[in-house]
Write a protein that binds this ligand. Sequence first.
Ligand code: NAP
Ligand code: ZN
Ligand code: ZN
Length: 346
Amino acid sequence: MLAKGYAVKAAKAPLETFVFERRQMRKHDVELEIAYAGICHSDIHQAREEWGPAIFPMVPGHEIVGKVTAIADGVTKFKVGDLIGVGVFIDSCRNCESCKKGLEQYCVEGMTGTYNTYERDGKTVAMGGYSDKFVINEEYAVHVPQNLDLAGVAPLMCAGITLYSPLKNWKAGPGKKVGIIGLGGLGHMGVKFASALGAETTVFSHSPSKEADAKKMGAHHFVSTKDVNNLKKLEKQYDLLLNTVSADIDLEPYLQMLKLDGTLVVIGLPGKPYAINAGTLLGQRRSLAGSMIGGIAQLQEMLNFCGEKSIVSDVEVIKADYINTAYDRTVASDVKYRFVIDAKTF
Ligand code: NAP
Ligand code: ZN
Ligand code: ZN
């Protein structure tokens, strides 16, 4: 099946129009017409080879929403016309302990990413969502609630689930003090979810101009990280801190803000190691943890939660020929708060 989209042809090259072959539908596959695809900072890291060698040409994009246009034999989960979402992975081994628990993102054999990887046959290059059409096995896609703005749903498929999952895992809720570090695509979803779950929510941002937006999204407090003294005043106060910053920052002042048994979850993936002071961890029995997206069952749970609470991402919808500018603006923290490509413009 012929698809058109945008691809990076070599590391750090600009994205350009690209026509390519998608796999033919197999048993249990659904075909979708993409409506919107979000731009995640992970797309930029990979297109620019900031995480190590990548596969080119690369069609990035793992925040995909659209409409089902055809179903193959055996499909029971979707019918033609359904709204459908696809996130960061399209397959996994289905047999390991993680897969059996619905934690496909932690598949022992490794999940199959939506792009910049080979499918499980070991030879088909997976091409992502900056495109007009997609094919996916029904078990790795989810239903999108009808009542939400579709452009605002696309970022939920990565940014949304990536913050929802640790907030649920570390039990953010009433009586808990939660901090979201970085108010970008991921961070702004963290603020919306943490406050909707009832936690006292603080945004830590190096962009003081974002304060009013943060409060509108549900943040109770906003702290500018430009002055490290602002963090020093908050030592031993937080139960949970989620670091969504895409750059390598010093985690030390944030760890110091955790109270006894508090946890700092690393979510941003700058590609460089962090330096950790052991004394800071053991001083208050603090934990440093990581978290990666969420499994299919939790992805559906999050979308249903968004449907009930009318939560979507704040987006700037763009045409495909604006992608390269959108990349530069994202890297400059100049996005409110997620760029989403209108797939009709591919
Ligand atoms: P984004 O929209 O670019 O947001 C990142 C935010 O980090 C910026 O808006 C900015 O917030 C802050 N920031 C950027 N540079 C900074 C610097 N030099 N110093 C301090 N703060 C800075 O990116 P995103 O799409 O949310 O992704 C964030 C990170 O998460 C990326 O590394 C991405 O690869 C990773 N990620 C991880 C997962 C996972 O499963 N764990 C999933 C998706 C993405 P302020 O302006 O508010 O300071
Ligand atoms: Zn992502
Ligand atoms: Zn597995």
